[in-house]
Structure formats: structure tokens, C-alpha cells
Design a protein around this ligand. Sequence first.
Ligand code: G3I
Length: 493
Amino acid sequence: MAVSSPDPSPGSPGSRSLRVRLLVSGAVAAVAAFGVVMVVPDASAAAGTLGAAAAQSGRYFGTAIAASRLGDSTYSTIAGREFNMVTAENEMKPDATEPQRGQFNFSSGDQIYNWATQRGMKVRGHTLAWHSQQPGWMQSLSGSSLRQAMIDHINGVMAHYKGKLAYWDVVNEAFNEDGSRRNSNLQGTGNDWIEVAFRTARNADPSVKLCYNDYNIENWSYGKTQGVYRMIQDFKSRGVPIDCVGLQTHFTGGSSLPSNFQTTLSSFAALGVDVALTEVDVTNASTSQYAGLTQACLNVSRCVGITVWGVRDSDSWRSGESPLLFDGGGNKKAAYTSVLNALNSAGPIQTTSPTPTGGSTSSPPPTQGTGNRIVGAQSGRCIDVPNASQNNGTRVQLYDCNGQTNQTWTLTSSKQLTVYGTRCLDAAGSGNGSAVQIYSCNGQTNQQWNVNSNGTITGVQSGRCLDVWGTGNGQQVQIYDCSGQANQRFSLN
Ligand code: G3I
């Protein structure tokens, strides 16, 4: 028997997707045997824009936006229609945001931020510490003075955007082609400058994902790729805060899609970071390369999204190579269709992907059955019913995991999360901020939850994510628009 799932609200990761069918009869047997939930796409679900198509598998599709072009209606119409993530092409870089030491200017960055968020798009910050596009005063600094200026810059910019962005490219392009560190003025302040940047960033805004971003790290066997990989591996082993690696994916200027691109993505992901394609452009917009890079991302569950570096060919920093998805007149190119088709063929979030380095690149599949904790990724704390209350309407909270029955949840085949055998995790409404509580199980959709392999748990009725605003004991759980941030990721284990 095939059962259609309800259609959740648009825009949430993994939503529109979400015309999915749980193959209940066969799948339940598989679940019982292997603990795997099988989800397949509904063939009727093909999405008509890049953003909607990517959202089917819980991913985003973004573009770089130049503030100076937003007044061009062809440009802004395409950008507003097709994408659901935005990167400021130049407006959040150090020369733009701190033109004089200690004097910050966010006018252009905010113009892009406001334009994007007014349209329901998310924003990726780019970039905080970089050898290029430094303001003149910074270029002339060195040693401890430059180190302090970098820290102050990170603090100043991140304070302005605190809680607002999905990702920050904290450090950009710090490596040479051979895998050694680039000999920049920042490197001259000491080899620890990158980890200091990341530690500063985490303290400045714990809610945003912190990324290292670079070009020419797409080929797994290339020296630079290996150099960056070793740094991420080192950071993860020593607890330096880093959440993601951005592979710029400029297949222009003589570069092209390497056959081992997926291996690179899955190898980085196996270190425990998200990966993203952050600045994609391809010489003459080769359809096979665009389809191939898209498919590589789709095949790696921790590849969270793809951003192209501009809207039309005429907007590109390499316009002579016609490298984007829309021509100068704003028409969709063949490469657009190849990307859209690849995204549409992916369907819902995949639960497995190749693991060339031996590590798992996938989030664990949802665990169906008894005895699970629901552990917050950001807090490490468990979803808990205060005082082991069984009263209907008791709001659930975060609390130190203790293995007791008031923290023990069972995911049923009808998508309920039950506690004590009789009570269900229940959304008291469907809007942002609605309380999440326990209530007698009644079979309604406000008591049904999708446990997604991107780590979110979304309400079937609302399409919104389980969410907490803090990490401490007693923080109450609510539902909120899915943002991709760590306070909305929970593992059922
Ligand atoms: O706005 C001024 C304009 O007033 C002036 O007349 C003109 C004269 O050259 O310059 C204009 O500024 C240019 C700016 O782009 C806006 O168009 C800068 O010169 C130019 O250097 C700058 O280039 C940017 C480049 O980064 C700088 O490194 C590109 O737009 C931008 O696409 C590019 O983006 C980088 C990523 O940040 C990092 N990865 C590589 C990627 C491509 O180079």
C-alpha cells in the first residue's frame, strides 16, 4: 500500500519534496529488519525553479547578488524567482564593511540582506578574513596589530549580522596550489590565524554555521585539496569550531569538473562538516559539467546546497566565458535545464551516499522504533518532559540527557513521537513560535513528524522545524521556519 504524505508548507528544507510516498507495507518490513526508512519521490513533483527543485532534497540553490544590479528588473526578477539563498558578491567583504578602522558600513550588505530576506531567501555571509579586498588601512598592517584588526573586524561584522545569516565564509582562500599556506599578510601574523578567526567567529555568533571557502579544491588528488583537507581534519580533531567547507567550483579560467569531485565532497563531509558549492561557474556553461557537479552534490547528503556566481552571463566576473545559467538577455540556457532536471530527479533527501574514504557521509537514517533520545545538535541536550509530567499541554524542553522515560521517544510508523506509550509530541499550533508539548495521541497531523536525514524534525501539519532559541537546561522547544541552523537539528538515537 502506498500512502501519500501531506503536502507541507513550501520553503522548508526537504519540503515541496515532500510530495513523497512512504512505501509503508514494504518499508515497514525493511524498517523492522534494517532500521531504514525508504522515501521515494512522487513523479508528479517536478519543481519549476532551481530553489524549489533543490528544496525537494532539503538543499538550497543560491546566487551571488551585486547590490548595484538590484535596480535592474530583469536581474531582480530572475534572482527573486529562481533562488532561495543569496551571497553578497562584494558587499560583505572587509573593504566594504570596514572602510576605515573601527568604522563599519553595512549599507550595501544590508541592501542585499533585506532584499533577500524580504523574499524569504536565506543569506550566506562572504567573507570575514581574506588576503584580498582588504581596506587600505588593513593592507598596511602586520603582526599583532593586524591580528587584532582581524579579530575586531570579525567581531564588528558578526555582531551586526548576529542571528541573521545561515553561513559565514569565515576564512577565504588561505592556501597555495601545492597545499601550503598562502603567504599573505594574515599568514604573517602566525600560523594560528585561521583557527583564531574561527574561534572568534563562534563566540561572536554561535547560531551561524562557520565555513572555510576556497577555489581549486574540487579535485581530490590535487595538492591544495589535500592541504585544506588536512587543516579541517586537524581542526575537527582539536575541537576548533568549523561547520562547513565551501568549494567555490569555478570551472572557468581553464578549470573543469574533475571525475573525482564527488569523492572530494564525501571525503570532506566524512570529517563531520557540511559541504557546499559556493561560487559555481563553468566555461561556456557546459551542460554535462553543470549536470555533473549538481549530481555530485546530490549524491552526498551533507552537501547542503549550490550557489552560482551570478545570475546572467553579463553579470559574471568572467562574462567572456558565458559561464552562468541565464544568457545576457535573461533567457534560460541549456545548462539551466540540465541543473533543474538533475535536481528534480533527486527527489527527497537521500539517506546514503558513497563513502570513498571509509567514513559515513550521510546523516544516520531516522531510527524507527523504541527507546530513542532526541538530542539537540547545538546543545547536546535531550528533549525532555519537565518533571516527568504526563499532563496534556506540558511544554517540552532541553535538558541534560539522563536516559529516563521522560526523555525516551518512540517514532511510530504513523510518524508520531510517543513518550510513556500514551502521550505524543504535539504542536500547539502551526505558526512560528508555536509551543511543542505532550498531549494524548489523537492521530492528527499536528502530532506527526518527519525525521529528516538532514537532521531536522519537521511537523507534518506546519512544515516547520523543531527549534530552540538557546542551548541551556530548560530551554523550551517550539516550531519555526526551517533555517538550516544547528539549533534546528536533532538526532534520534
Ligand atoms: O565598483 C567598482 C567601480 O566603481 C569601479 O569603477 C571599478 C573599476 O575597476 O571597480 C569596481 O569594483 C570591482 C568590483 O568587483 C565590483 O564590480 C573591483 O574592481 C573588482 O576587483 C571586483 O571584483 C570582484 C572580485 O571578487 C575581487 O576579488 C568580483 O566582482 C567578484 O565576483 C569576485 O568574487 C570572488 C570571490 O569573492 C572569492 N572567490 C573568487 C571570486 C571571483 O574572483
